[in-house]
Design a protein around this ligand. Structure first.
Ligand SMILES: [Zn+2]
Length: 242
């Protein structure tokens, strides 16, 4: 199991016993170790396990987004650029930890940590093992979101709650099952078409087969199968709206 630990030196650990000061908007400002904590509405504090301070460049960043972020998460300013905007740091930290990108990174990290799910595998299809992985991932995401939805931080909990409602709805699950079937048909074809040495006749045959299979997917029989599968999945995972 891996766990990530942010770099959180205290002022007393820094040479000179204080964080470097920078003149910003005519006032000398610096980082402060209180930023490692978040103040909750009831005035209690919790440690921000994602804030990492780099003494060598005097900037902060989100270690979770940096390591586990989606493409968006990795390019957001607190992971890619690292910030030293001390004037607005409080707002920036608050905004970051309530952002969808950050929540996504936390979910990906949690999935990796708890279930050893390789997040890159989730993009692949047509394999029983991966199908199981997807189900594990779904459970991990639901469990993580349930955790977050009980957070004392209202913005955080309402974001998690909305996401949770969305992904546990019967319509979402059904659409996922449908997409899965479509990808099962199109992925092998797309992979073949992208092979540099593909055979023209073989490619046309594969297009034809994919076309027939996609048409079959539109029949009442296939629709019934998909509905049945998503119903079983919903019952198995104790989803509400059936
Ligand atoms: Zn983040």
């Amino acid at each position: 199991m891996i766990s990530i630990s942010p770099c959180q030196p205290l002022a007393s650990n820094i040479p000179g016993k204080s964080f470097p000061k920078r003149k910003q908007n005519n006032i000398f400002r610096s980082f402060h170790d209180t930023y490692y904590y978040k103040m909750l509405p009831d005035k209690s504090t919790v440690k921000r396990t994602w804030v990492s301070y780099s003494p060598s460049i005097d900037r902060v960043y989100c270690i979770v987004c940096k390591l586990f972020g989606t493409t968006n998460g990795k390019t957001n300013s607190l992971s890619r650029e690292r910030t030293n905007d001390w004037q607005h740091i409080s707002t920036r930290l608050n905004e970051h930890e309530s952002s969808i990108e950050h929540l996504n990174s936390v979910i990906r990290y949690s999935m990796y940590k708890n279930n050893r799910v390789d997040v890159n595998d989730l993009r692949l299809t047509s394999n029983t093992k991966l199908a199981e992985n997807r189900e594990t991932a779904f459970k991990a995401i639901v469990a993580t979101l349930e955790d977050f939805s009980e957070s004392i931080d209202r913005l955080y909990s309402s974001t998690a709650n909305n996401l949770l409602k969305n992904i546990t709805s019967f319509s979402f699950v059904t659409v996922m099952f449908l997409m899965n079937k479509i990808f099962d048909i199109t992925t092998p074809l797309l992979t073949y078409l992208q092979t540099p040495s593909n055979d023209y006749i073989q490619a046309l045959t594969m297009v034809d087969i994919a076309d027939q299979r996609l048409s079959k997917l539109r029949t009442q029989e296939s629709v019934d199968t998909i509905l049945q599968e998503s119903k079983e999945f919903s019952v198995k995972n104790e989803l509400d709206e059936i």
